[in-house]
Design a protein around this ligand. Structure first.
Ligand SMILES: CC(=O)SCCNC(=O)CCNC(=O)[C@H](O)C(C)(C)COP(=O)(O)OP(=O)(O)OC[C@H]1O[C@@H](n2cnc3c(N)ncnc32)[C@H](O)[C@@H]1OP(=O)(O)O
Ligand SMILES: O=C([O-])CC(=O)C(=O)O
Length: 374
């Protein structure tokens, strides 16, 4: 089976460079990081091992992982100047704008002086993003100035503890870890390509990641998990979901969380997060949102042959874990910063400025008329 037929607009089907980091849709539906299948990684590795893999090309040994986790743990706290900035961002701000500002401001306080500091800058962002998100959220929504340091071993557990102020369950820790693995890397997707374009001008890591956050924010990319949640919570039952979706398609509306620019048959991340969503539904004690999601999946396949992408079942999984919808896309940032940073490093290692050409379709050459004659 070959991958999706790729043509024309949106640079589809055109190679824009080489990468050792990832393959997407090579056989229609596969996803590998540095040669490892994402299903294998999500079952047999942790997110920190995946981050190490993306930054170093190999999975860590026991000692390397322990040292890496200790390093990340030591970088979790936020400088007081950044906390002050976050305190000034209103509660109704878009949380992706908070992430973008947090990233950019940290780049002012702790700039990447030269490329020998690229790993330090990448790890700093990786370690600090959960606190940037949760410090702002808890301060603006609950009036609490939280401690940004926790004793949680994993980044996923750390995020959940910062968000709720209590120790997460083993199940929630595991699902968050799997989710971070699934979102970590995806070849030349729009946000990663943004990071690489920025890197190709020899800009700094914080600028590359700030640009990538802005690109991930849109509903056609990372914002789709929130948009999917907004949609499914309006459906009253599986039957209602099918009826309303039929109306949406008739009105030519896009159904968020479905379809993909590269995959042709399925997104391999979906089956994994879907299984965890079902497990969480059982623990939550009310399966209705899961059943509604399954009805959406069946309907879209039966009517349009469109399949769920990584975002769709993330919506119900995060909901069952009590995560506010507005934080769904920022969690994506906490994970994808690994892929972005790895691509920045790869671009730098064999750089040529990315500067494509355009097909001109404007006016023929003409002269400026004096303004009072136009
Ligand atoms: C982690 C991620 O970023 S995954 C992507 C998250 N984004 C979403 O879920 C947003 C919804 N999906 C979409 O908008 C698209 O499927 C994208 C942006 C992901 C891919 O876009 P494209 O590569 O341009 O889609 P593609 O060429 O496969 O579209 C084929 C047809 O299916 C339609 N289509 C594709 N996805 C959808 C959808 N979710 N709902 C309705 N129709 C759709 C397109 O409109 C197009 O129809 P047309 O030929 O009549 O114009
Ligand atoms: O590859 C893409 O176009 C979008 C995507 O699924 C991702 O970035 O995870």
């Amino acid at each position: 089976m070959t991958g999706k037929k790729l043509t024309g607009a949106g640079l589809r089907g055109q190679s824009a460079g080489e990468t050792k980091l990832c393959t997407v849709g090579k056989t229609g539906s596969g996803l590998t990081y540095c040669g490892y299948d994402v299903a294998d990684l999500s079952e047999n590795a942790t997110f920190e091992e995946v981050a190490y893999l993306l930054f170093n090309g190999e999975l860590p040994t026991v000692d390397q992982l322990a040292a890496y986790k200790a390093e990340l743990k030591s970088m979790r706290d936020l400088p007081k100047e950044l906390k002050l900035v976050l305190q000034h961002i209103p509660a109704d701000a878009h949380p992706m704008d908070v992430m973008r500002t947090g990233c950019s401001f940290l780049g002012n306080l702790e700039p990447e002086a030269d490329f020998s500091e690229q790993n330090k800058a990448a790890n700093r962002l990786l370690a600090a993003f959960p606190a940037i998100m949760c410090y702002w959220y808890r301060y603006s929504h609950e009036g609490e100035e939280i401690d940004c340091v926790t004793d949680e071993e994993s980044l996923g557990g750390h995020f959940l503890k910062l968000l709720r102020g209590e120790t997460p369950s083993e199940l929630h820790r595991r699902v968050m870890d799997v989710s971070l693995i699934l979102y970590a890397e995806h070849e030349f997707n729009a946000s990663t390509f943004t990071a690489r374009v920025c890197a190709s001008t020899l800009s700094d890591m914080f600028s590359c990641v700030t640009g990538a956050i802005g690109t991930l924010r849109g509903p056609l990319h990372g914002g789709a998990n929130e948009a999917a949640m907004d949609m499914i919570e309006k459906f009253k039952s599986p039957e209602d979901a099918k009826e309303q979706m039929a109306g949406m398609l008739a009105r030519k509306e896009k159904i968020m969380g479905f379809g993909h620019a590269i995959y042709s048959e399925s997104d391999p991340r979906n089956v994994i997060i879907k299984a965890w969503s079902e497990k969480l539904a059982g623990e939550f004690g009310d399966r209705s949102l899961y059943d509604i999601s399954v009805a959406c999946e069946e309907f879209m396949w039966d009517t349009k042959k469109l399949f769920c992408n990584a975002d769709f079942f993330h919506a119900s999984a995060y909901y069952f874990m009590g995560i506010p919808t507005k934080l769904f896309t920022p969690i994506f940032v906490c994970s994808r910063v690994t892929g972005w940073a790895a691509h920045v490093m790869e671009q730098r290692s064999n750089n040529r400025i990315i500067r494509p050409s355009a097909d001109y379709i404007g006016s023929e050459p003409r002269t400026v008329q004096p303004i009072d004659e136009r």
